[in-house]
Write a protein that binds this ligand. Sequence first.
Ligand code: AHG
Length: 337
Amino acid sequence: MATNRRVQTLDEFTIQQMRDFPNATGELSGLLRDIGLAAKRVNVEVNKAGLVDILGDAGTMNVQGEEVKKLDEFANNQFVGVLRHGISCAGIGSEELDDIVVFDDEISNNSKYVCLFDPLDGSSNIDVNVSIGTIFSVYRRVSKLGEPATQEDFLQPGIKQVAAGYVIYGSSTMMVYATRRGVNGFTLDPSIGEFCLSHPDIKCPETGRMYSVNHGNFFQYEEPIKKYITACQKKDHTNGGPYTQRYIGSMVADVHRNLIKGGIFMYPITTHKPKGKLRLLYECNPFGFIVQVAGGKATNGIQNILEVQPTALHQRSAFFVGSKGMMDELETFINEA
Ligand code: AHG
């Protein structure tokens, strides 16, 4: 088959970006490559998830007599493993682990970056073949180079992120990542096993028509949120009719769709979860960064999510993210209150 379009792989793209900075060390490119590698390994297992009944349930032996690991545990081990053995990361924080893991060896202690990730978000959707994802976030260390990374390196406000991204294991597998220079999406080409640039310079549409929220919690939301959701439903034909509600319960898939098509994703506080459900460091900050670089907005309902100073690794937060126009609309309801 003849093709006249030159496909650019993730590695080629990150290296090309690095060439624009003569003093760049290539550490960030290396880190992104490591994340891409772990994602490919996770992708292989996610694709086999439907076979778990014939290969064996998690925690049991499969037909080959090997222990079947839970997918989220498997994913966590892959990301920790590649980053530990790479040369670009001084330590990690994972949604799956209580504490940070510091890679205390000579090379890692001289690495500039630390990485935070949720290895498999939306994992309750695996059993029913709904898209799930990995979310990651990269910070430059504030601790001294040459020494082990510290907790302080991980508890930085989101605005300090150097890069953030996600991998969506969906109808195709994609890795989307942002640096301050822009947001780019790469689709995994299974025939060559490489992520290829498919969505260059992603911009979040200025406004949209989709709102994503767990409607089952409606009566637990605060008044301004209820009013905004009701307003989304009440829009009439003079302003384009009601907005469409889309909520998969897998944030990576919901925010990815809204990033591409325009929309708003909300996980407000509820009476049962007065601090919110989503994790500031593993979910809100990376998506806040990606969407803001793409031209959208992200808040906790009070302030820009990226300005929140974290105080704990697994801190939860309310989260609102999406197209600027829809976020502005939501803010008018919050400010009126
Ligand atoms: P989990 O990884 O435990 O399945 O959580 C998923 C997250 C997020 O991805 C999703 O948007 C949200 O939780 C869904 O929560 P609700 O089921 O409470 O709506």
